[in-house]
Design a binder for this molecule. Structure first.
Ligand code: XMP
Length: 535
């Protein structure tokens, strides 16, 4: 991943996306002042079936006028509006007559532009606050008088200019929501986009549909049409390479490109031998029989095994796998001589999670290697058509593009694959054990109807032998740990409370059917402090 999302660097600055022509589509623009939730605002607006795009905070008023948005949302941000160098919008945006909703920092900017005074608060306010609505104007339509809101600020409006009226207050924030008396400018000191704010969706709907007059007719198919159009424009008659990993993101990227440019797409699939049972065959079948892409499969199983021999340190394994992957990929890509672009399935959460600012809130915990992690020296121009999207939007897009349900809903799988589930040194017999045991686990989850209740489940081969009895004989064999977690975002996770009958069946089947395993244990650790993977 090439994007570094430092706290104060708005993600939209790096977006190379084109803009839509909003003749057919209602458009809301979110001006990105660097908040970690700027993308979430975009997503919440899209949940209202209104197309929404995150753009640089300093996009000129002239350009905004050309794009004809129905409304502007100014995001939060980590700076103080009065600090030197704090990101500012083009002041002319307040004279466009387009409805504006400022959130947190965005509200402070809007109020300051209209002569209000912003100051630091004595006690910074983070977390839930009880909010009273004092004027149930349009923005608070159909919202109860009292609601819990999520605050996260160190500054606030101290003196509100006469041009504004107050709409809501909390105990420590007199101006929790405001409205300009004559212009369509609104401000919220709290964050309607986070789920901790009650009725946040209603609030955003009141703004985008009620105040801005958006129709709510946007669907994921419109996004596909838009991306296809942009891809065709950008790529022209050139060739694009897309790496397939077996996962959802790269598959959707490839399917989208296939729809846009068909025969100009070449896919590369590196078989590293570290995949789940049947996975490489499934990728081949999907991308040669369903989507008839020019698929290049590179069988590098032996090379990965050789390089991983005797390596036990997890981060070393990751580094080796990353390096070998790039090597193999590069060779394969060089054989496609007319390629100009490289497509990657980077999603917005990848952009946050790989934030290279070591002090930032998203400091990387593990040296993650994804197929997305190809270096710039490969010399291609990068295409990342999913980089503004959240996983659920990518899944909906994939289904609409005709990818099969089982692929779309497949649990995530780490780039280093089974190597980090084979604790200690990796070898082919151990990988074979993992593949078999993993396949049994997944089969049982599916047949018990639990697969979609759990966000990630897998087995780990422990580097211990233990004693058992089989028939009359004493055994001394491997132990398998089962890991199954429920999580919203993979940053925190709870271990799954399995029905005992299902666990019993999984254990019996693994011990009976997987040669060399005589013990199964269940991992009951949450994240934090434990991570999801064992290595
Ligand atoms: P952890 O173990 O950090 O995992 O709690 C969180 C999520 O990230 C996945 N993961 C990885 N993905 N390369 C990847 O592409 C990696 O090196 C890697 N390590 C962990 C893990 O499977 C889980 O979904």
């Amino acid at each position: 991943m090439t994007d570094n999302r430092a706290t104060a660097t708005p993600a939209a600055e790096n977006s190379d996306h084109g803009f839509i022509d909003s003749k057919d589509e209602d458009l809301i623009l979110v001006l990105d002042f660097g908040s970690q939730t700027a993308q979430l605002i975009t997503r919440r607006v899209r949940d209202q079936h209104v197309f929404c795009q995150l753009v640089r905070h300093d996009l000129s008023a002239e350009r905004i006028r050309e794009m004809k948005p129905k409304g502007l949302i100014l995001s939060g941000g980590p700076s103080s509006v009065y600090a030197e160098g704090a990101p500012q919008p083009d002041p002319e945006i307040f004279n466009l007559g387009i409805p504006i909703l400022g959130i947190c920092y965005g509200m402070q900017l809007a109020c300051r532009s209209q002569n209000s005074e912003i100051k630091p608060v004595e006690t910074r306010e983070f977390g839930r606050s009880s909010c009273r609505i004092v004027s149930a104007a349009d923005l608070f339509g159909e919202i109860p008088e009292k609601l819990t809101v999520w605050m996260s600020h160190g500054d606030q409006v101290q003196e509100l200019s006469d041009e504004f009226e107050s709409l809501a207050a909390t105990d420590s924030c007199t101006y929790a929501a405001v409205k300009h008396r004559t212009q369509p400018i609104y401000g919220l000191q709290f964050h309607p986009e986070v789920t901790h704010t009650e009725h946040g969706d209603r609030l955003l709907a009141n703004f985008v549909r009620g105040i801005c007059g958006c129709r709510g007719s946007w669907r994921i198919s419109s996004l596909i049409d838009r991306e296809v159009k942009l891809l065709r424009e950008r790529v022209g008659s050139s060739r694009v390479i897309c790496g397939l990993s077996g996962g959802v993101d790269s598959a959707v990227t490839a399917a989208l490109l296939y729809k846009a440019i068909g025969p100009q797409l070449s896919c590369i699939f590196v078989d590293n031998g570290l995949l789940r049972k049947g996975e490489s065959e499934a990728v081949e079948q999907e991308f040669t029989q369903h989507f008839r892409t020019d698929l290049h499969v590179s069988d590098a199983r032996q090379q990965f095994l050789d390089e991983l021999r005797d390596v036990t340190d997890p981060q070393k394994k990751r580094k080796i796998i990353g390096r070998v992957f790039i090597d193999v990929f590069r060779k394969e890509a060089e054989s496609i001589t007319d390629a100009r672009f490289l497509a990657q399935g980077t999603l917005y959460p990848d952009v946050i999670e790989s934030g290279a600012n070591p002090d930032g809130p998203a400091a990387t915990i593990k040296a993650h290697h994804n197929v997305g992690g190809l270096p710039e020296e490969l010399g291609f121009e990068l295409i990342e058509p999913l980089r503004d999207l959240f996983k659920d939007e990518v899944r909906r897009m994939g289904l609409e593009l005709g990818l099969p349900e089982h692929l779309i809903w497949r649990h995530p799988f780490p780039g280093p694959g089974l190597a980090v589930r084979c604790l200690g040194a990796v070898s082919e017999p151990k990988l074979a054990t993992l593949r078999e045991a993993d396949a049994i686990l997944i089969e049982e989850l599916r047949s018990a109807g639990l697969y979609r209740d759990i966000q990630q489940a897998f087995v780990v081969l422990l580097p211990v032998q233990s004693v058992g009895v089989m028939g009359d004989a004493r055994t001394y064999e491997d132990a398998i740990a089962i890991r199954a977690v429920q999580t919203d975002d993979f940053m925190t996770a709870d271990w799954y409370q399995f029905p005992h009958k299902v666990l019993a069946r999984i254990s019996t089947r693994i011990i009976n059917e997987v040669r060399g395993v005589n013990r199964v244990v269940y991992d009951i650790s949450s994240k934090p402090p434990s991570t999801i993977e064992w290595e």
